[in-house]
Write a protein that binds this ligand. Structure first.
Ligand SMILES: [Fe+2]
Length: 326
């Protein structure tokens, strides 16, 4: 684990191990000297925890996330990178181990993403830092974090609703593809297009994800419909129900936009990533009618204002995308 993820925990929540030769040896005990650990970690030493202790570490990291986001001694980019690393550590088991998707696991994901939402709603600099440091690894948990962050940022920019509405968009963004836990890895990683049987299985992930979250929590959370609807499209071409715009909740349409954008701009087993500009062009022209025109325009304006994109998408180009649908 990278050193920075430990910087805001109060005490070591569990024993830390290092490799000496072929086997791990105890380096620091639970509750031990955190400064000594951080000092070594800053010099490149990495640590491991026992599998049995990993939940303790995840809990401590989720609790530390608000402090990381608020730590003005760090630059916005440092805070953002640390928040991504912590989120990855907290979330990875949720997306890789069926057993981790229990009530405690989901509450932990709420805690982590709520801390990010709170700060992104208050801090403009952090918004851009989070977008700029976004990781584009083709993994389910990275896509989940990105979708949540784009969702928060777009909802904030479009004045989509009060903080609790944006908090729900973020939670749904994080968990929208959790149902892919139920799709076989051979299908998820297939380097070519899916045949009809495989596509049928892939499409089941929206209902599976919705049901998994409801079952784990023991109630229907207020964001569950976004998980179920994130592949519905305004022109009726989506799934599972093929509803048209008036039948799809607006927050589900927003999650659908940021999900599609992050998917297009990330490498997939069957295709290379496209640039942000090209992704927006595809969504505006190639996928014409599938997304809310109003929300997509807001998203284009938002990304057009982002410094890192302006080199690629300056005045004329932005106008071309904005006007592409006529
Ligand atoms: Fe999906």
């Amino acid at each position: 684990m990278p050193a920075r993820i430990l910087t805001e925990i109060d005490t070591l929540p569990c024993d830390l191990y290092i490799f000496r030769g072929p086997r791990p040896i105890l380096y620091a005990s639970c509750g031990g000297d955190l400064e000594r650990v951080l000092d070594r970690a800053r010099r490149g030493m990495s640590f491991m925890v026992r599998e049995i202790d990993s939940e303790l570490l995840r809990g401590a990291l989720a609790a530390a996330l608000p402090k990381v986001m608020a730590n003005n001694a760090m630059t916005a980019v440092e805070r953002s990178k640390t928040a991504y690393s912590i989120s990855a550590k907290v979330l990875t088991p949720i997306f890789t181990r069926e057993s981790a998707l229990d009530r405690e696991g989901i509450v932990l994901t709420h805690k982590a993403i709520d801390a990010i939402t709170t700060h992104l709603l208050e801090d403009e600099e952090m918004v851009w830092a989070m977008v700029a440091t976004m990781q584009k690894h083709p993994s389910v948990h990275t896509h989940a974090i990105n979708t949540a962050v784009y969702g928060i940022v777009l909802a904030r920019f479009a004045r989509f609703g009060p903080p609790d509405v944006i908090r729900d968009v973020a939670r749904a963004g994080l968990l929208h593809d959790i149902g892919k836990n139920r799709v076989s890895k051979a299908i998820l990683d297939k380097p070519s297009h899916l045949d009809s049987g495989e596509w049928m299985e892939m499409r089941l992930h929206v209902k599976a994800g919705h049901d998994m979250v409801v079952r784990a929590l023991g109630y229907q959370p207020s964001y569950a419909h976004m998980i179920a609807e994130h592949h519905e499209r305004c022109d009726g071409s989506g799934y599972p129900a093929g509803r048209i715009a008036t039948g799809i909740a607006l927050d589900s349409q927003l999650v659908g936009i940021v999900d599609a954008f992050d998917a297009l701009t990330t490498r997939r087993p069957y295709r290379a990533p496209v640039s942000a500009f090209d992704a927006l062009h595809i969504m505006r022209v190639g996928m014409r009618g599938q997304f809310s025109d109003e929300l997509l325009r807001e998203f284009i304006k938002l990304l057009g204002g982002f410094n890192a994109m302006t080199a690629k998408m300056e005045g004329a180009d932005l106008a071309r995308v904005m006007g592409a649908a006529g």
